[in-house]
Design a protein around this ligand. Structure first.
Ligand code: ADP
Length: 201
């Protein structure tokens, strides 16, 4: 049997595009999904690998009694002092990168999906990927999905969408795109299934 290296597929999309739904569907087709957000959350959860450096850099008040990052405190700080976000990211991103590499090295499937919400925003990812798949939808649908899921206000929803790459920039980075608009979940499954086949799954 010839050994073919796994296809490294980057998966991204704005919040509410349906990216996580597509990731789960690709997983059902046998892909390994590496979830950058989940890894980042684990780094800042109680006892997470980023906690010592966060405590050292920002001080004990930014760590909860359970030993996690105090998100409320951090949100307030970033609001007042935007550069704090870069400082925090400089701690978390290398740890996330390391864990992504570890999971990727351990994967034995033909396709590894790198579910990276900020793939377009962080250009360092692109050279490690064979293809980039973008999940896209209309901004009105994006807002409606986010609000239905989270109950966020219009302002919060807009602020989060504005903090992400623009739709145009994301689409420009795509090798393949799923337009997740006007599709039922069953239809979306069909689209993902065809793509999975094309990706050798
Ligand atoms: P993201 O990961 O991009 O933020 P999700 O995959 O979590 O988005 O999808 C956001 C919400 O929209 C979820 O509740 C999901 O079930 C729903 N959703 C996504 N695509 C569809 C679709 N084609 N039909 C119906 N609901 C959808």
């Amino acid at each position: 049997m010839t050994h073919r290296p796994a296809l490294h597929l980057g998966l991204t999309g704005g919040i509410g595009s349906g990216k996580s739904t597509v990731a789960r569907m690709l997983e059902a087709h046998g892909a390994t999904v590496i979830d950058a957000d989940a890894i980042a959350r684990a780094c800042t959860a109680p006892g997470g690998r980023a906690i010592p450096a966060i405590s050292e850099t920002f001080g004990a008040p930014f760590i909860t009694a359970q030993g996690a990052l105090d998100r409320e405190q951090m949100r307030a700080l970033v609001f007042e002092q935007p550069s704090a976000r870069q400082t925090l990211e400089a701690i978390i991103h290398p740890l996330v990168g390391e864990e992504i590499r570890r999971q990727s090295d351990a994967a034995t499937t033909r396709c590894i999906v790198f579910d990276i919400p900020l793939l377009v925003e962080s250009p360092r990812w692109r050279p490690t990927l064979d293809r980039v798949l973008v999940v896209d939808c209309l901004p009105s649908t994006q807002r409606a999905r986010v609000q239905a899921r989270s109950g966020w206000s219009d302002e919060t929803t807009e602020a989060v969408i504005r903090s992400q790459a623009s739709r145009a920039l994301r689409l420009a980075a795509a090798d393949a795109c799923i337009f997740n608009e006007g599709l039922s979940l069953a239809q979306l499954r069909g689209v993902v299934s065809r793509l999975a086949h094309a990706f050798g799954l």
